[in-house]
Design a protein around this ligand. Sequence first.
Ligand code: UT7
Length: 333
Amino acid sequence: MNRTAIIAGAGGAVPPRIVTNHDLERRLDTTDDWIRTRTGIRQRHVVEPGMSTSDLAAEAGSRAMKQAGMTSADLVVVATTTPDRLCPATAPTVASRMGLVDTPAFDVSAVCSGFIYALQVATNAVMAGAAESVVVIGAESFTTILDPEDRSTVAIFGDGAGALALRAGDRAEDGAVLDFDTGSDGSLRDLITVRAGGAEQRATGRPAAPEDAYFRMEGQSVFAHAVRRMAETSRRTLATTGWGVEDVDWFVGHQANQRIIHAVADQLGIGAERAVSNIHRVGNTAAASIPLAISDSATAGRLRRGDRVLLSAFGGGATWGAATLVWPDLPAA
Ligand code: UT7
């Protein structure tokens, strides 16, 4: 048997509060037109105080488990850039909230590539025989780390979570997670960063300076790196799987910017109609973006049994990664 992870369920969650571009127009020096034409975003969901990453993660994870008919799991992996706390990890809280007792659970931190990293770790655990079932989740409360005055990030990021429930099976089955390519370049760490809150800037008991406390991104440079790396990592993964671009039914790129998704699809030779997109509705939800886009497409009936899917992301670190999988026949959620 060619053992791998099989997708048995998918789930998504977004907080109820919606912030539209018009809402932002009223308090920032920006316009709906700028945001729509530069990014494709029309609105984003935002957590209210009192709601956090684990709430969204547990909701998405529970939905995926329910669809899979799973009541237990051997492992929970949560990809997030915005954990509930610096210490401990968020995954044990999420596992508890999903009713999973004594289950190993840990976080993966690779910013917007986090879900692909987490899916690879989960798939490897299944392939190695260390787990029969895994819940892998991407979840963010990204708006909690943004500078409310920074129009270049407030306009882009949103909150949400997406999850896949995986079981052990054979590579030839529908739902099989097939191959991965991942990489990083730490010399680019300043392009996407929150400088304070870690070991480098020690806790002093006083708040950090705003330029260090808030998330910062050098958008233009990230844009160029993202297009190049997402195209390269996608090509390597397709070659490993033995698929040509014409074999790809759906390209699920990290929902960073509609222009990035189109540019990568264009470089790969994949038509825009095969590029999954929900960025207009949810913005850039970092590690949650790929599983949330998958879950939305599955719910909308766009992803169908046997469809060949290519995932690809670029994020802070810098990190990047891609994966190939075949969509399963899932029961109604
Ligand atoms: O998720 C992790 C990976 N992240 C990404 O992949 C994001 C990648 N980057 C991007 O998506 C784009 O670079 C942005 C959407 C962040 C910015 O778009 P851009 O077309 O690269 O704009 P820019 O940064 O070159 O800025 C052009 C102008 C600037 O004004 P000046 O200096 O030309 O006067 C910005 O200050 O647009 C200004 N600007 C805005 N104007 C209105 C930046 N944000 C806004 C805004 N509204 N929200």
